[in-house]
Design a binder for this molecule. Structure first.
Ligand SMILES: [Cu+2]
Length: 329
């Protein structure tokens, strides 16, 4: 009996200690990453195991993160385990099918009252869409004791509720990190997306035109397949052409190809996005959050600035020739 009570007390003590320690989980210094971009993972170890020095740190590279390489660390021996990926991923000028799955540093001794960092470089593939989270499970071993920072929250679960959470990295579109304004190009993989804009519409209008310039700096063609804004139930990509003095529009079937090295401009009087079944009217001066969808670069959040009715250029651009005789969207 006495023994059981004592075991319970010990268990309670361990629980208390580990929940105190849980204030300082193993963490990753950089909490954001973007698809089709490199990620510098810096594992931070800020405490040992109940006072014991840390002598081993191991990070698991999740599926969808490719080309991982550790940074050597004086005083520690680094080793990697390689394996096949679940599928091939585009990687620079070809595909990559296998690579490092775990990185382990051993042989050092990090006292409980000191901190240290363990670094690797890797590439985030488009397997991770903006809004998702990448989890890197981490094992921490000490002279006595260990932590397994490996718990991944279920959908809707708060990571703070977990005792030993795997550090997470939030996936954001490259756009969100690099382009606060619509002024300069937003990067999405190999694409640069410039100045998305649209025109205000008269009340009651059911359609609005959207415009953008997309440059492909990569080596493979991509394809603009769609666009969305909350105001529009549907959208299409249209071309316009003169036919016997009459402007005609036609849907661009199968998406709009953007060849390597090419810039495709959607503008009034030419190719354009057609937002359809509007539930409200975009007003000049508004900035409307939306997305552009590409076959390779994926779904890219963009901000459409709204220019006045009939404008030929985005708001803020140099005034263009007055709108004249063109088809009004
Ligand atoms: Cu149209």
């Amino acid at each position: 009996m006495n023994r059981i009570v004592r075991a319970e007390r010990v268990a309670g003590l361990i629980l208390a200690l580990s929940s105190t320690a849980a204030f300082a989980h193993a963490t990753l210094e950089r909490k954001e990453a973007s698809p089709n971009a490199s990620y510098r993972g810096v594992v931070q170890i800020t405490h040992g195991c109940n006072g014991q020095p840390t002598n081993r740190v191991s990070v698991t590279i999740p599926e969808g993160i490719v080309g991982a390489k550790p940074m050597p660390k004086p005083g520690w021996t680094v080793s990697t385990e390689k394996g096949a990926y679940a599928r091939a991923y585009p990687y620079f000028h070809g595909d990559i099918r296998e690579g490092v799955k775990t990185i382990t540093w051993t042989g050092g001794s990090l006292p409980d009252d000191q901190v240290d960092e363990f670094t690797f470089l890797a590439r985030v593939t488009d397997a991770f869409a903006p809004g998702s989270t990448i989890y890197f499970p981490i094992e921490q071993d000490c002279d006595k004791g260990q932590y397994r920072w490996s718990e991944i929250p279920a959908a809707g679960q708060d990571a703070h509720a977990l005792k030993s959470p795997a550090p997470g990295v939030r996936v954001v579109a490259a756009a969100a990190k690099t382009a606060p304004a619509a002024a300069s190009g937003v990067k999405a993989g190999d694409l640069t997306i410039d100045t998305p804009w649209m025109r205000a519409t008269p009340g009651g209008a059911k359609v609005a035109g959207g415009y953008v310039r997309v440059t492909n700096t990569g080596t493979q063609p991509d394809r603009l397949t769609g666009a969305s804004i909350p105001l529009a139930a549907r959208s299409a990509i249209h071309s316009m052409s003169m036919d016997g003095g009459v402007m005609r529009m036609a849907a661009v079937e199968g998406g709009l190809v953007i060849k390597p090295g090419e810039t495709v401009e959607l503008k009034p009087g030419g190719l354009h996005l057609m937002f359809e079944d509007l539930s409200g009217a975009p007003k000049a001066g508004d900035v409307i959050q939306g997305t552009l969808t590409f076959e390779r670069a994926g779904s890219v959040p963009v901000s459409f600035s709204v220019a006045p009715i009939g404008a030929m250029k985005p708001a803020g651009a140099m005034p263009g020739p007055a709108a004249q005789g063109h088809h009004d969207h």
